[in-house]
Design a protein around this ligand. Structure first.
Ligand code: ACM
Length: 784
């Protein structure tokens, strides 16, 4: 991320067989009962006569000698055992479930599933078709949450094929290494909803994860880093890891059996600090950095000269021997060109090649690698920055800085994948619940992903076939553990699955209803699925100050997704399907604790119970999720106390360009005192050219102060207007020496009496270079 920064985020808020045209089915309005327990919805389905009951012992047969059908049958057996507890078995004759090879079915992923009184047939011409037929049947066989019971299926004929050929997820294994079992789980659960591309972001400034036999230091040294310090002694334990080629070959094979192509990414010429740490001679200026522990944009670039080119070709040779898919991703994002600008040998190269500038050199480099890959029968894809110096003819584009890159590239005849931030960036949180694990605060809900259409306006109709599909990206600066990665991926991956596979009209209510069943299947498979979209959210009506003044608080309850009936208790007991149904905001005297959850038609809670306390003290408390970044802040992060924290510990909200937060509408006629709980963090962000935008405040003491004021100092662009009175400082606390004090601290003070509600501002004046500070909580207090 760089000038246009993914991490800084000044933004708003084949695979030659792959084509966007695998339409084996008519596009005319098909009959697809929305009540079918299928996700994604199939292209076409029609009722048939009769029914079939499937139970433990039901037989499956595949054509003799057909290994692909046999593999799909095995995966069907596994899946149904996990999600329904039914043990199907393979038989050689008299099978209820039969796989049939039918070469008249066209489209690389198409299948037909027929259920009638004579049994169940899965027909396909390809391995993927068999597999998707099997996954559809597995979903029909787990229509509800019962386990072990037989299922009776009504007669139906399903003819299905995807809308788009690229239905992808990207997992960033560079920022935080994901253990291999975690990748296998992700493959399994992508396959369950017919996603078919797993893009692995294998290298970045913070780690090189792909074993290259010719360059062993890439992983011996480049796969590990030491975490940053929050002021005390720097940690010495290295963290990280890498995958051997054999491990990745096995993963590729496993994914391929499940219809999934793994697209490897080697990110260059930027995001190359781990590479330069391992082989300084492959950098530009000859210095040897450590593997970075700083997120964001770091300055280290690959040498674009003969040595760097040869290195990349050697890496590509080993990479394509492990990953057989058509596409290789070579990054190209966020390469600030300062080092190339400063290096005489690079300037000489630009001149010799007759290029205009450094961006053109990047294009030249990408084109050289694209041509190299073409000689090996492969294709290059890169982030949309590869458009900047003129798009090399050989390249396909993954559009992340909005959709314009995709529009331009597709109209110029290049294949594109839509992956725009912020919507398809899964490191963005999915709700503003206070218990979300860390991530970026540009919340992207399940509904936001579901509403995304991968065919952007502006692409000529004749060029629409260049849109291969869409991909959601799980960047892992803030996703440390497999739990956190899964929480970010699921269930939002289901929304992407539906929008990339299905042509059915969008119907969010129908989708969430079907999703509830998929969530149950994922949970049975041991996956951590976020319940954020189904969890009850509480909103105090009016200001909390008004509630305290009146001695009466009105609280509205809602859920993001319209599933089930919200039920609640006020007596501290857990709500059940028999608890009162929520109909209108609850009018309560302060002091109650509301416990609520939504319950589905079967009486099951759709999410964990969340509480809301209405005691006066609770109404006067604010947690990080309630605090607001001070004006002019476009990006804030929800961060753990240390960047590599493995536990789901407390999380804090931090804005990168100013450490200022507001307690909005503090009732200063009610409260007379405050206590703030403060946390100190490492400041580990490479901000490149945006470093200059970080606000440095004047400080009086060595380590800066925490300044508490009524109203925030507004950074005026023009003359201060009448609506922005100067802040009144209430208290100023010197911050202690970071090297000698714990990372958590508490400050208390008194507040002046004022009329009504006023914003209470908390500004740290510590050095911009770090460490960083954030509020863990603010508690206002009343006179005793
Ligand atoms: C990106 O987010 N830097 C592709």
């Amino acid at each position: 991320m760089a000038n246009s920064a993914r991490t800084l985020g000044r933004w708003l808020g084949a695979i030659s067989a792959l084509c966007a045209c695998s339409a084996a089915v008519a596009a005319s309005a098909p009959f697809v009962p929305a009540a079918m327990p299928l996700l994604p919805l199939p292209a076409e389905s029609a009722p048939a006569s009769g029914s079939v009951t499937v139970a433990t012992g039901t037989g499956i047969a595949t054509p003799p000698g057909d290994a692909e059908a046999a593999s799909a049958a095995r995966l069907l057996i596994d899946r149904v055992a996990t999600t329904r507890g039914i043990a199907l078995r393979t038989v050689s004759s008299a099978a209820t479930i039969r796989f049939v090879r039918d070469r008249t079915i066209t489209g690389p992923e198409a299948y037909r599933l027929e259920i009638d009184a004579t049994g169940i047939r899965i027909a396909a011409a390809t391995r993927s078709g068999f597999f998707y037929g099997a996954m559809t049947l597995a979903q029909l066989l787990s229509p509800d949450q019962a386990f072990g019971q037989p299922v009776t299926l009504a007669g139906v004929t399903i003819k299905d094929a995807p809308r788009f050929a690229w239905r992808g997820l990207m997992v960033d294994v560079a920022r935080h290494f994901q253990p291999l079992p975690s990748l296998y789980q992700i493959v399994d659960q992508m396959a369950a909803v017919k996603l078919n591309v797993l893009h692995l972001h294998l290298t970045d400034d913070q780690g090189w994860r792909f074993e290259v036999k010719r360059y062993p230091r890439l992983t011996a040294l480049g796969a590990f880093r030491t975490p940053p310090s929050a002021g005390g002694p720097a940690p010495t334990t290295r963290i990280g890891g890498f995958y051997t080629q054999d491990q990745l070959r096995a993963l590729v094979r496993y994914a391929s059996e499940r219809g999934i192509t793994i697209v490897p990414e080697i990110d260059l010429p930027g995001h190359a600090q781990a590479l330069v740490a391992a082989y300084p001679e492959l950098g530009v200026l000859g210095d040897q950095p450590a593997v970075s522990h700083d997120w964001g944009v770091n300055p280290y670039l690959l040498d674009p000269g003969p040595r760097g080119v040869a290195f990349v070709e050697h890496v590509l040779d080993e990479l394509i021997a492990v990953f057989p898919g058509s596409y290789v991703h070579l990054g190209g994002d966020e390469a600030v060109k300062d080092q190339w600008e400063r290096a005489p040998k690079v300037q000489a190269q630009i001149k010799t090649l007759g290029l205009k500038n450094e961006n053109a050199l990047q294009s030249w480099l990408i084109d050289a690698f694209g041509r190299y890959l073409a000689t090996k029968g492969r294709r290059l894809i890169g982030w949309d920055e590869i458009l900047e110096g003129g798009l090399p003819p050989s390249a396909s584009v993954m559009s992340w800085r909005g959709e314009q890159g995709a529009v331009d590239a597709a109209n110029a005849g290049h294949d594109v994948v839509l992956s725009p931030a912020p919507t398809l960036y899964l490191d963005n949180l999915q709700s503003d619940q206070g218990d979300e694990p860390p991530g970026r605060l540009a919340v992207q809900t399940l509904a936001d992903l579901y509403a995304y259409d991968p065919l952007p306006k502006g692409i000529d109709a004749a060029r629409a076939r260049h849109v291969l599909g869409a991909q959601a990206n799980a960047w892992s600066e803030y996703l440390v553990t497999p739990y956190q990665m899964q929480h970010a991926l699921f269930p939002r991956a289901a929304a992407l699955a539906e929008t990339t596979w299905s042509r059915a009209p969008r119907d969010f209510a129908g989708f969430t209803n079907r999703l509830a069943r998929q969530v149950a299947r994922w949970r049975r498979s041991g996956i951590e699925v976020a319940d954020s979209a189904f969890a009850v959210t509480y909103a105090v009506q009016g200001t909390r100050g008004d509630a305290l003044r009146k001695g009466k608080v009105a609280v509205a309850l809602s859920t993001q997704a319209p599933v089930g009936t919200i039920r609640y208790t006020l007596d501290g007991s857990a709500p059940s399907a028999r608890s009162p149904a929520y109909r209108a905001p609850l009018d309560l005297p302060p002091g109650a604790t509301i416990k609520a959850a939504a319950f589905d038609a079967d009486g099951r809670a759709t999410a964990r119970v969340r509480d809301f306390a209405t005691s006066r003290a609770a109404l006067l408390n604010r947690t990080p999720a309630d605090l607001v970044a001070c004006p002019d802040q476009t990006l804030a992060l929800r961060m753990p106390l240390t960047p590599d924290a493995e536990a789901n510990g407390p999380a804090f909200h931090v804005a990168l360009f100013d450490t200022c937060s507001v307690y909005p509408a503090a009732p200063l006629d009610v409260a007379t005192g405050f206590t703030v709980d403060v946390a100190r963090f490492p400041r580990n962000f490479g901000l490149a050219h945006e470093t200059a935008d970080v606000r440095q405040h004047y400080r009086v003491t060595a380590f800066g102060e925490l300044i508490v004021s009524l109203g925030c100092p507004v950074q005026q662009k023009g003359p201060a207007g009448p609506s922005s009175p100067a802040p009144v400082v209430v208290a100023s606390f010197p911050l202690p020496d970071p090297a000698k004090t714990p990372t958590r601290m508490t400050f208390s003070g008194t507040l002046p009496r004022t009329r009504g509600d006023q914003d209470l501002c908390f500004q740290f004046t510590s050095p911009a270079a770090g460490p960083n500070y954030a509020l863990a909580s603010v508690q206002l207090s009343e006179p005793h």
